[in-house]
Design a protein around this ligand. Sequence first.
Ligand SMILES: [Zn+2]
Length: 62
Amino acid sequence: MERMEPAAASSGEVEGNGVEGPLLCPWCDGDDVEKISEYGPHLMVYSYICRECNSPFEVIKR
Ligand SMILES: [Zn+2]
């Protein structure tokens, strides 16, 4: 049961820990994202916020 998120397709580094691979904002494709919570509404989700467009989004843990 492997799932690849399309948002993690390009190179780059994201600050933070515990998350593998780069993250891109799903709204503006920016890579200046910040983890705001270990746990989102669900335990398998990280909450991030994009500092470029200030939009929150969630990333499913792998
Ligand atoms: Zn954004």
